[in-house]
Design a binder for this molecule. Structure first.
Ligand code: KG4
Ligand code: ZN
Length: 341
């Protein structure tokens, strides 16, 4: 079965073509990062309008990269939530119209399930039950994943998502948007033990919390009279590099502390890292150690599948399309869409 997948939940317009569960024939991503950078975050109206302009050419490119035409497509998978409602509607309406016009089945996919499913694109034989650490700009959670399509929440963040914490800390320091990749690059130049970020204690856990670290960055800047960079391209002073390195170290340490707890409680056979923050170098290194120590199979997405993309949506959706499912009658966008139970 050859399917078209579409993703438009946030600031990437993406389309992909998959052949069965294992082959990605094309994956096109049109990022809007540069459009939103002057505002320091994603502006929903601008994002939706840009999706509208990009969706048709992005789908056309995905088909042509796969050497296929629309008539060759036997099913469609599309993100239906969670995300920005105006953005979701663009991809969903386009996908529904195609499904009606071509008379092919369509399934709506949860964006987070897509991030997790990208692990099976890379590592098709990854064993279940799995434990998935999903870390992005909007979400940070650990999910038990006993089998395809089944998810149970183990822990989620009580406040900021990990990516959001990286982006907000970067903003305070005067770095460009999105700050995550910049913090990651600069952290390599500082001393991760220079500034102390204490362990985060949470009552009624297990859960994550990152807003305290954001405050800790601000307090440290005040105490040491550290000014934010005047221009995002300025070279940060050594003291700022040390703060950045210590901050990254602390966020990664917290993510992996909870991950270890979950492994000991759940005894999964494999560990999955997914979401935009999965691009973080230190996190990739350290989670590899955790998996080794705990004797687990591990899947870390290649960089092209860390951020939002449509191949992951196709991978999550095709299993249901192959099983003969069709959501055409009930498919609606949902800004907040829970995953599993
Ligand atoms: O999954 P994603 O593309 O979009 C959401 O669904 O949120 O994740 C984007 C987030 C942003 O917060 C970005 O700063 C963060 O992922 N990010 C990183 C890195 N690359 C992207 N955070 C830390 N280190 C990185 N290398
Ligand atoms: Zn995402």
């Amino acid at each position: 079965m050859r399917i078209l997948a579409i993703e438009s939940s946030c600031d990437e317009t993406a389309a992909a073509v998959l052949h069965g569960e294992r082959r990605v024939l094309s994956s096109v991503i049109s990022s809007q990062i540069a459009l939103h950078a002057p505002y320091g975050g994603v502006v929903p109206e601008i994002a939706a309008r840009h999706h509208l302009a990009q969706i048709e050419p992005v789908v056309a490119e995905a088909l042509s990269d796969a050497d296929l035409e629309l008539k060759d497509i036997e099913g469609i998978a599309v993100t239906r939530g969670p995300g920005l409602i105006g953005c979701l509607l663009v991809g969903l309406s386009f996908a529904r119209a195609l499904a009606f016009a071509r008379n092919v089945p369509i399934v709506g996919v949860n964006h987070l399930e897509g991030h997790i499913a990208s692990a099976w694109l890379e590592t098709p034989d990854l064993p279940y039950p799995a434990l998935a650490l999903v870390v992005s700009g909007g979400h940070t959670a650990l999910w038990r994943h006993p089998g395809p399509g089944r998810f149970q929440l183990f822990a989620r963040t009580r406040d900021d998502a990990a990516g959001e914490a990286f982006d907000k800390a970067a903003k305070m320091l005067g770095l460009a948007y999105p700050g995550g990749p910049i913090v990651d690059r600069l952290a390599a130049l500082g001393d991760p033990h220079a500034v102390r970020f204490g362990e985060i204690r949470i009552k009624d856990g297990p859960a994550f919390s990152f807003s305290g670290y954001k405050t800790a960055v601000r307090v440290h800047m005040q105490k040491t009279s550290m000014a934010a960079l005047e221009h995002p391209d300025d070279t940060p002073p050594k003291a700022m590099l040390d703060l950045i390195a210590s901050f990254r170290h602390a966020v990664v340490r917290e993510l992996l502390r909870r991950t270890r707890e979950a492994i000991r409680a759940e005894r999964p056979r494999s560990l999955v890292l997914a979401g935009g923050v999965a691009a973080n170098k230190l996190l990739r290194e350290q989670i590899t150690k955790v998996a080794d120590e705990e004797g687990l199979a591990l899947s870390i997405p290649p960089l092209r599948y860390c951020g939002d993309n449509a191949a992951m949506i196709g991978r999550a959706g095709i299993t249901r399309l192959l099983a003969g499912e069709n959501d055409i009658e009930l498919l609606e966008a949902a800004a907040s869409l829970p995953l599993g139970s």
